[in-house]
Ligand binder design. Sequence first.
Ligand SMILES: NC(=O)C1=CN([C@@H]2O[C@H](COP(=O)(O)OP(=O)(O)OC[C@H]3O[C@@H](n4cnc5c(N)ncnc54)[C@H](O)[C@@H]3O)[C@@H](O)[C@H]2O)C=CC1
Ligand SMILES: O=C(O)C(=O)[C@H](O)COP(=O)(O)O
Length: 367
Amino acid sequence: MKLLADENMPFVQELFGDWAEIVTCPGREISPEQLRDVDVLLVRSITRVDETLLAEAERLSFVGTATIGCDHIDTELLARRGIVFASAPGCNKVAVGDYVLAALLRVAAHKGWSLKDKTLGVVGVGNTGAEVAERARALGMTVLLCDPPRALTDTTEFVDFEQALSADIVSFHVPLIRGGEHPTWHLLDQAAIAGLNTEQVLINACRGDVWDNQALLARQQGASPLTLVMDVWEHEPEVLAPLVPHALLATPHIAGYSLEGKARGTFALYRALCEQRQVSIHLTPEQLLPPSPIGAVHLKEAPDQALVARLVRLVYDIEQDDAAFRLALGQPGFFDHLRKQYPQRRELGSVQLSGMTGSGEALGFKV
Ligand SMILES: NC(=O)C1=CN([C@@H]2O[C@H](COP(=O)(O)OP(=O)(O)OC[C@H]3O[C@@H](n4cnc5c(N)ncnc54)[C@H](O)[C@@H]3O)[C@@H](O)[C@H]2O)C=CC1
Ligand SMILES: O=C(O)C(=O)[C@H](O)COP(=O)(O)O
């Protein structure tokens, strides 16, 4: 069996090495010719799997993406051709929760805000949005949930998009959907942007195309700019460079880049392929991970917002990601380079906290 994987997918050798000939390749360079004799294709979000890529892939029987988002995959084509497809729902939701928590704390420090007096609108309340909502509640924030597709069948209390946009901070966690009843392409469009007031904060850790970046730039260049946290950008790996100085935090699509999240992503594909090939599973995602570099922390007092911020920074320093982004901006290939060279990042849950009452677990730590 020949397996072709994106070179940025960790643990492929450990999981598939015993039963496949493995070839790796940069995700943007996978070509139709390369797929001629490939049985299994494992990609990340940057490889568009469509009619053109699969034109010569006659042996292909399995395609997996080690990501939550699947907007880069023509799933109808795969179904038509009888190619088994697997993705990794929820694999890096905890990392996205860590990222947004770190961002909220940075925003609060910047604005001198006590987060417990603030509201957070969560747009898209699936795996990542729910994770973010839980962290925000643990900080004492009032959380408004917006998810029109879920609201159709679910008894949870939801608000509409307009109400979500009235929150002090609005965080977006929707899949990129271009048509249908609930499209998300440019969900934050010029009209929505115009309705916001200059005190408000927007966070995008889902897909760049969900925000109209040009309209946002126009707003930022005017008299009443917004506070922005941007992990994702329209037209990645290109970035609308003039927008970057207008963002409080700017990062290269790494919200989900914890080591644990990547391990779970590759493992989900391993599990799916094992099922397809009727091979038994002989590992767990945890067995792939090295020990946590921090281990344990004991608190002598109940943490206030400032102490929570210090604790989070100990494990994940979002400002380092932001600084690296600004330093590299404009260099050829900087976006992909930062992602390829991304330092090993562990989740807050890799740290055992003791002496902390109540909210430690909801913030993401192990207590
Ligand atoms: N920046 C990063 O590194 C990462 C980005 N992502 C992106 O985040 C997206 C969301 O991830 P999950 O929460 O795990 O997905 P999910 O599928 O668990 O949840 C998405 C939620 O959005 C809702 N939704 C759909 N259309 C909507 C609309 N028009 N308005 C409001 N809500 C709507 C759905 O009903 C669903 O509940 C992924 O599709 C992916 O594109 C995911 C992981 C990491
Ligand atoms: O899971 C998703 O969806 C994501 O956005 C990934 O975290 C992005 O990682 P890459 O697949 O682009 O490496």
